[in-house]
Design a protein around this ligand. Sequence first.
Ligand code: SAM
Length: 220
Amino acid sequence: MNPTLWTTVDRYWTEQLHDADPVLDAALAANAAAGLPAIDVSPAQGKLLHLLARQARARRILEIGTLGGYSTIWLARALPPDGILVTCELNPHHAEVATANLARAGLADRVDVRIGPALDTLVALPADEPFDVAFVDADKPSNTDYFRQCLRLVRPGGTIVVDNVVRGGAIVDADSTDRNVLGTRQLAEAVAAEERVDATVIQTVGSKGYDGFLLALVRE
Ligand code: SAM
């Protein structure tokens, strides 16, 4: 493992392929100034989410776990002007910082920040207004509940992405007592047993360490 090299390579490709982005830089600076933990996705991961949403021609996006809205900005930028992104955040301080970041990014009109336990928000969302893409990135012990709600709320042909499913390799430790690992292993069993999705996991290394994304396509 060479985390320094991963970060250097991440920086290399970001410099090659990403435009300078003062809005995203300002969001990260505002998060740091407000004392938020730097647990947002990396720039490359944010752009991957953005490209997935664009590829899906997403008009409605669901996000679980807002923090300061860094991944929210990446995703919401994929929406058409009349699109909508609903993002769920438990912590009112995080939601306040995110709301300011989204306003600065010119996205306030298409992002709905719902404050409270994500599961409460999700069960109240109607299934007859389905989402095209869902991004799950909140408390890991609830991953299976979030996945089940996403299955109810994402349209056939839509995509569910779950972050942090590798956890530095700890996912393969069957004796782990870590609640985040246990929650993610429970998710793995639920996805494996679910006929309505076809899924895989891509391991990632980079400036955010060693982890991975689960991608699940809801069958048509
Ligand atoms: N997606 C964000 C990004 O990449 O910029 C990072 C999200 S951060 C990893 C996880 C967020 O989930 C935190 O802001 C945390 O407060 C929130 N969270 C934790 N438990 C939650 C819950 N039960 N309901 C909603 N949000 C929750």
